[in-house]
Ligand binder design. Sequence first.
Ligand SMILES: Cc1cc2nc3c(=O)[nH]c(=O)nc-3n(C[C@H](O)[C@H](O)[C@H](O)COP(=O)(O)OP(=O)(O)OC[C@H]3O[C@@H](n4cnc5c(N)ncnc54)[C@H](O)[C@@H]3O)c2cc1C
Length: 378
Amino acid sequence: MTHSEKKTTVVVLGAGYAGLVAAKRLARQSRAAVRLVNAEPDFVERIRLHQAAAGQSLAELPLADLLGDSGVDLVVGTVTEIDLAARLVRVGADRVLRYDILVYALGSVSEADAVPGLAEHAVTLSDRADAARLAERTARCRTITVCGGGPTGVEVATELAESHPGLSVRMITKGRVGGWLSARASRYLDRQLDRFGIEVIGDAEVVRVERGAVVLADGTRVGSDVTVWCGGFTVPVLAREAGLAVNERGRVVVDETLRSVSHPEVYAVGDAVAVAGPWGAELSYGCRSGGFTGPYAADTIAARLAGRAPKPFRFRYVHQCISLGRRRGLVQFVRGADESPLWMFLRGRIATWYKEIVSSSAIWLFRHPGPYLSRRRS
Ligand SMILES: Cc1cc2nc3c(=O)[nH]c(=O)nc-3n(C[C@H](O)[C@H](O)[C@H](O)COP(=O)(O)OP(=O)(O)OC[C@H]3O[C@@H](n4cnc5c(N)ncnc54)[C@H](O)[C@@H]3O)c2cc1C
C-alpha cells in the first residue's frame, strides 16, 4: 500500500448495476476512501420494472444493506453538477464532495422527447415512479399501446398482457418486433405474441403522441387509452454539461481502460459509457455491460493506485435474455464477434429459468463483488 493510495478519495456517481459493484469492489481491494452517491436509498432492479408496472412487488434492496461493512460511504442525493476543474461534485442544493478519482455511473433513462407529445401523453419506464404510474393507469384502462419493438417493448407488452388478460395490448414498431433475432427465435416470438393476443403493427413509425391516441407517419391515428414509450434509451446530460468528452448520444468517450479521453481522473461505466465492443461498435444499453465495466473499473483503479499497469477492457456478449411474462422467455445466443444471433436459442420455461438466474446474479454480485486484495494483505 502506497502513501498516496491512503489519501485517495474515489467518488462513484450512481448505484446501479455498474456503480454499486464498482464502489464495493474498489473498497475491498484498496485503501482509497470510497463514496457512493445515489439519488435513492435503494438499489432499483431496473430490469424488473416491467414486472412492477404489471402490479408485482419487487424485492426491497436498501443500498445500506447491500454495502454492509464494505467501508463505502453512502451519500443519498441527486448529483446536480460536476466541476471537473476543481474536482468537485455538487449533490442537491448544498452538499459538495471532493474527489481525486471520479467514477461516472449514472446509467440511462428512457427517451422522453423523441416525438412531440411523448412527455405529456405517454408513460416511460425509467424508474420506480414510472412503473407505479404505469401500474396505476393500466389498472383502469382498456387499451394500451407499447411503442417500440425492441427487448424492453416486448417485455413490457407481454408482462402487461399476461397480468391483465382483459386488456387489449398493441405494439407499434419500425421494422418488425424482434427483428434482431434468428429466424427461428423470431417465429417463436411471433407465436407467443399471438398467444397473448397482442396486436402488432409493424413497419410503422409513431410521429406524435396525443391524449388517447398515437399518430403514425402515414397519418393514421390509432386510439390508445395508455401509451408506453419503449423507443429507446438516452443518458443524463450531466457528463456533457460538465465538459467531459461525450459522443453524439452523450455517452462518455473512454480509452481502453474506461478512462475519459478528456479527463483521465474520470472513469465511466455502465450505460453511461461509450465503450466499444470487439467489433468496434458501441456496446448496447444493458445491465450485462454494467456487470462487467463496474468490476473492471474497480480493478483498474486499484491497480493504478498500487502502481500496477491495468489490462485493457475486454468484453463479449454471449446472449440476450427476454422475458415473455412469468411463464415463458426467450434466450437468444449471439456471436461474441458482432452480437449477431446464432441459430441457438432457448424458449419456454427453461428460458424463464435461465433469465431468472442471470437477473438474480446481479444481486449476488453486489453481495460478493470480488477479491479481497490489499485490505487483507495490509
Ligand atoms: C423495463 C426494463 C427492462 C430491462 N431489461 C433488461 C434486460 O433484460 N437485460 C439487460 O441487460 N438490460 C435490461 N434493461 C436495461 C438495464 O436496466 C440498464 O441497462 C441498466 O440498469 C444500466 O445499468 P447502469 O448501472 O449503467 O445504470 P442504472 O441501473 O440506471 O443505475 C444508475 C443509477 O444512477 C442513479 N442516478 C441517475 N442520475 C442521478 C443523479 N443525477 N444523481 C444521483 N443518482 C443518479 C439512478 O438512481 C440509478 O441508481 C432493462 C431496462 C428496463 C427499463
